[in-house]
Design a protein around this ligand. Structure first.
Ligand code: FAD
Ligand code: MG
Length: 354
């Protein structure tokens, strides 16, 4: 197992690192209880990448070489997309904001196009240009603080995904101070890629967990469905609110409990409403999206969180009918797209179906 420490953002991140570890230990029994009885060539691997704890289980087809290939692929994606690494492609684009276009790789361009498509369809609720606000709030850094209202207002014109230009394989942020941030989509892309590498190598079943971005692939040995737990947003370190059954696919959740700080008794979390510049507060505790593309599920769970229950579910139903969503709200109801009622089970009395 290779344990690589990422360039952590600060104290809060160390706390969330141990938090993630606890969550993984907590999460795994749900999925491991139905593992193949045939044994595995190599035990599952757990390592740090993309600023979070990643866990990959290739079951009986896992080899050291294949685990290494997947780990390296995730590190490569982090190397291209991280805003924390000055050497990344995204950092290069951000540095040249208002100055010049920057050539990027085909995969960065593809993820950007996908992000812009979700931005368009969600009316900018998901917004890959949110970087300046993410940096201003500093949630997850050592010094998060509620910014001045004026400072937030001043940044809003920069948080405009329509000002991102593409010219062939080059990306241009047309105003100085603009910044891309793929924190709400790149983990999903990475989960898709981890599964793709495994499938290309002939793996029959796999579980990929990138800090809560879950992908379960293939048929389980005993033929039963996978069951993926979703944390109780009000007690995320110790409790599941629901489980989702699926044959094969991804389950991604955005929650107000993942990264936050408190000031004057008020919680400020890391999912920003680009329309206001403040952490999104539309009564959503967590938004879960289920489907086949983890990239889309990642972006859409963030979008649904920002949009709130009605608009978030409408986005899924109207624009992404192959995917499902389940939203837990502050009034302790669970609301979802129609199919999710058949596949999701609420595990606690705390939440009731709407
Ligand atoms: P999601 O809801 O999926 O996304 C929230 C994140 O997306 C926010 O943290 C912000 O980055 C961004 N965002 C906020 N509002 C919006 C919006 N309206 N539209 C679009 N995006 C929005 N963490 C570290 O502590 N240190 C690291 O070095 C580090 N490196 C990373 C490198 C990569 C390539 C990636 C993908 C993530 C990295 N992270 C790192 C983690 C990252 O900062 C976020 O915490 C994480 O991606 C949030 O995921 P989530 O599932 O909790 O929330
Ligand atoms: Mg997301």
């Amino acid at each position: 197992m290779r344990l690589q420490k990422p360039p952590l953002r600060g104290k809060k991140t160390s706390a969330s690192f141990s938090f993630f570890l606890r969550c993984i230990i907590f999460f795994l029994p749900l999925v491991s209880c139905s593992r193949s009885a045939g044994g595995r060539a190599v035990p599952p691997h757990t390592f740090v990448a993309l600023g979070t704890v990643c866990s990959v289980n290739l079951y009986e087809d896992g080899t050291e070489a294949l685990y290494r290939r997947i780990t390296e692929r995730l590190q490569q994606i982090e190397g291209a997309f991280s805003v924390n690494l000055p050497s990344s492609e995204i950092s290069a684009v951000n540095r040249m904001a208002g100055i010049a276009p920057v050539p990027v790789s085909a995969e960065v361009l593809a993820v950007l196009e996908a992000a812009l498509a979700v931005a368009e369809k969600s009316g900018g609720a998901f917004n890959p240009a949110v970087g300046p606000l993410v940096a201003l709030w500093g949630v997850g850094t050592e010094t998060p603080a509620v910014p001045d209202a004026d400072a937030i207002q001043a940044l809003l014109p920069l948080v405009d995904y329509r000002k991102i230009q593409r010219d062939g394989a080059a990306v241009f942020l047309t105003e100085a101070g603009m910044q891309l941030d793929f924190g709400g989509i790149a983990k999903g892309y990475a989960a898709d890629e981890a599964v793709r590498v495994a499938v290309d190598a002939g793996v029959r079943r796999a579980l990929v967990d990138l800090g809560g971005n879950i992908y379960v692939y293939g048929k389980k040995a005993d033929g039963t469905a996978w069951r993926v737990g979703v944390k109780n947003p009000e007690n995320a370190g110790a409790d599941l609110a629901l489980q989702v059954e699926l044959a094969s696919g991804t389950v991604v959740t955005s929650g107000r409990y993942e990264r936050f700080f408190e000031q004057d008794g008020i919680r400020y979390h890391h999912i920003i409403d680009p329309a206001t510049g403040y952490p999104a507060e539309r009564g959503v505790l967590s938004a879960t999206v289920v489907g086949q593309s983890s990239l889309l599920a990642d972006a859409l769970s963030t979008a649904a969180f920002v949009l709130g229950k009605e608009k978030g579910l409408a986005l899924l139903q109207n624009e992404y009918p192959d995917m499902d969503a389940l939203i837990l709200t502050a009034d302790h109801t669970a609301a979802g797209t129609p199919r999710i009622r058949q596949t999701a089970t609420l595990l606690r009395n705390a939440y009731g179906w709407e």
